[in-house]
Design a protein around this ligand. Sequence first.
Ligand code: CUA
Length: 400
Amino acid sequence: MLLAGCWLDGPQSTFDVKGPVARAQLNLFMVTVYVTAVIFLLVGAVLAYATWKFRARPGAGEHAGTPAHEHGGSLTEISLVSVSVLCLLIIALPTLKYIGYTFDVPDDQRTNAYEITATGYQWWFKFEYPREQIDGVGSLVTGNELVIPAGRPVRVNLRTVDVIHSFWVPKLAGKVDMIPNRANHLWLEADEPGYFYGQCAEYCGDSHAIMRFRVVALPPAEFAAWVAGQKRTARVVPPAEADAAHNHEPAHVRFASHALPGADSGNALSASPAFDAAPLAGWREKQIPQSAAEGPTLIAEGRHLFQQKTCIACHTIRGHEGVGITGPDLTHVGSRTTIAAGTLENTPRRMHDWITNPNRFKPGNKMYNGGYADPDTGTRLINLTDPEINAIVAYLQSLK
Ligand code: CUA
């Protein structure tokens, strides 16, 4: 009862299931728990009885003689073997049934299944939508936030570009490894629209524990609208007269109002309490461009810096200058709720912290080691001043 109040319904609980695959796995788990609980109670009771019944009595010699040995009774032996076999059968039959069910989308729903390819990188996830083709580009690609249609089976192809990772959305489906040169897959389905937490579940290096992702399940119409928006090239913020007012302030002042409590206390704060209270609503809010708060001049400056500081070599911003494929696609990064592979909430303050020192939040990451500092000499290849980072943040936040 204590546990039920605490972590049984936590964000990554396998007990608080929200889809048929996770539900099947929970059912199987509970069958096993019930069978083993009965065995535990019976064996424990016999043990307790024997311990009490044959305890040393007062006056008994400390070195009492060994009791007489005898060959066990046939009836006892046959009964114990039969009961053991029965227990194993009770567990084995649903196991076989659910292995078949969870392995792939059921035949009668195969044509309705939506296909996605998830690829593990140290330490983030790339999501490709093979059904959503973009002229002259190929499949729609996003990073770290997997948006799916609710109430519809989703078949996920599992790939990796480097080491073994594991794809796990505890409330929707059990984990399956992403293994080099092996085409694994899983399927999942969300009963209702929702916001779910995912996690790499196979040790894969320094930042394995913070290789996270999100799954956002949407009603069909909203999902279609999201896909249409994602297929568009990156947004260009139109110049505005009001922007002149913004430019009187130094860049660092402009972001002061975004400071979060605890913003400088390490990586403990992955989401604000307000966001945690209603994550799907928070995600929806992220889809709307905040044009009133935007400064087109600062954003243009950020776009220029994104190119000049070589960010474009690793990140794609479709329609803008970026063409890199080493890091996550950032075409619509402003519409995501998290950055740094689900580690930090996507706020200007947090993005500023992340770009200032990525290694602080994700030790060993390629952005830092590949771009910020030369691993051999320690010489910094990318130098960013605070105002420059503010401009880059303004640019990235504008990419809805
Ligand atoms: Cu990827 Cu652990």
